[in-house]
Design a binder for this molecule. Structure first.
Ligand SMILES: C[S@@+](CC[C@H](N)C(=O)[O-])C[C@H]1O[C@@H](n2cnc3c(N)ncnc32)[C@H](O)[C@@H]1O
Length: 432
């Protein structure tokens, strides 16, 4: 259980109703559409969505501010000033904070900001819903504990590392080239199994081919201390020799499965003088037996490092942004669309699933949804929430003529409509 200054106040806020409402600004939906662009504070947006979308969202991806305290075009510092914090603390505890408590102030405001949003997200997720949260080491550890509390530790699916950059100015200690993606299920028992694309490394392994498919060979017998008697049975080899596994070996299947594999041409006998198998009278067998593992039948699971061959570094998004905005740093470090597409693939999103991103930034997730739908022919719907933060007048984006976040977001939306999918339809609401 994670605790922080102001947690009790924050918990109360989770259940406050909002008195705001959605106001329709633009309706570009030809057919009834679940595609929504919502402008405003996401805590209001999420609470307003509850009415219609409770238990309906299959996939949430968020890329919240990381609280780096560095200057960004949007606010990335959730921290009170020194004196402001000391006074608040004194008011609550009737004493001034010690040095450690003062240092910790850079986390509490962030936690109070993110907690109610995640809390409402949980209610929006369908029973088989999944949430992915991008984060870096700044708040990863707090966020993990926070999510354990909201989603329940049992529903923690895993933590992905993503190689987001390849170099940089040499630091004093460690080159930090990874960011992370936390993943939770609403209910791990009701979630779909994850899957993965075929990786290059797998293709190297599956180096044999027959009329059916490419495959790799695996020895049928292996050594183990978990002996199962039904996986130790005699097998007749091509020259009539009967072989069985030695005492500490079993086959990777039981006899009926072996017979089925034999019929399906999935068994290969090889003559060898190094076989672990024995003949009936205990001598070393002349044969070893292998099973064909076909690529199409292999169960490919993602590993917790996102493969670079599918999701490259921020470099990819610089290229995407140059196409959209004419410059990569109009909105520096937007997420590459391949990241969200990869997460949608592994979590097996299906026809008409709703994808929600409520820190939508430049709407890179919309582009990912549209491209994924086009690539797979699976219709997906999106709901995006983004505040209309004013841009810092010293920022490069401001100098290039952008005044607020929504202008950056809408620029991408128009780019998608003009260049990727002219039929894109959506409703655009403002929270008032
Ligand atoms: C890290 S950026 C997301 C970037 C996005 N993934 C992309 O690729 O463009 C976080 C975004 O969340 C927005 N944001 C921060 N607080 C918000 C809030 N309370 N409601 C809605 N949007 C918010 C910021 O304006 C910023 O654009």
């Amino acid at each position: 259980m994670i605790n922080w200054f102001d947690k009790s106040k924050c918990l109360k806020e989770c259940n406050f109703k909002t008195n705001k409402k959605f106001e329709l600004i633009e309706d570009l939906s030809i057919l009834p559409s679940n595609n929504l662009i919502i402008e405003g504070d996401n805590i209001d947006g999420l609470k307003l969505l509850l009415k219609e979308y409770s238990n309906k969202i299959r996939f949430i991806y968020i890329d919240p501010p990381y609280n780096t305290l560095k200057e960004r075009i949007y606010n990335d510092s959730f921290v009170d000033g020194y004196h402001e914090f000391r006074n608040k603390f004194k008011e609550k505890y009737n004493r001034y904070p010690d040095k450690n408590e003062v240092n910790q102030r850079k986390h509490y405001k962030y936690l109070s900001f993110i907690y109610p949003r995640l809390f409402v997200s949980r209610e929006l997720l369908s029973d088989n819903g999944i949430i992915f949260i991008s984060i870096n080491e700044n708040e990863l550890f707090n966020l993990k504990l926070l999510c354990d509390e909201i989603f329940n530790e049992n529903n923690f699916i895993g933590l992905f590392s993503w190689r987001c950059s390849t170099g940089g100015i040499p630091p004093k200690f460690i080159q930090k080239n990874y960011e992370y993606v936390l993943c939770y299920a609403k209910n791990i028992n009701k979630s779909e199994h994850f899957r993965d694309y075929v990786r290059q490394t797998a293709l190297k392994e599956y180096n044999k081919k027959d009329d059916v498919d490419i495959y790799k060979l695996k020895r049928l017998a292996f050594r183990t201390n978990k002996i199962r008697k039904n996986a130790q049975f005699p097998i007749k080899c091509p020259d009539g020799e009967i072989v069985i596994p030695p005492e500490d070996y079993i086959y990777r299947c039981i006899e009926p499965t072996f017979l089925k594999w034999l019929e399906e041409d999935k068994i290969v006998f090889k003559r060898t003088n190094t076989s672990p198998l024995k003949t009936i009278d205990g001598k070393q067998a002349k044969w070893n037996i292998y099973a064909k593992i076909r690529l199409t039948e292999a169960i490919l699971k993602p590993i917790n490092v996102i493969p670079e061959e599918f999701v490259n570094t921020y470099f990819t998004s610089y290229t995407e942004n140059t196409k959209i905005y004419g410059d990569k740093i109009i909105f520096f470090r937007t997420k590459p669309t391949s990241l969200m597409k990869y997460l949608m693939y592994i979590s097996n999103v299906k026809e008409n699933d709703i994808i929600l991103d409520y820190f939508a930034g430049s709407l890179s997730t919309v582009q990912a949804v549209v491209e994924y739908s086009l690539d797979t022919d699976i219709n997906l719907n999106f709901i995006m929430i983004q505040s209309n933060e004013k841009l810092d007048s010293n920022s490069f984006s401001y100098k290039k003529g952008y005044r607020c976040m929504m202008e950056i977001a809408l620029r991408r939306l128009h780019y998608i409509k003009e260049n990727i999918y002219p039929e894109l339809n959506y409703k655009y609401y403002k929270i008032m």
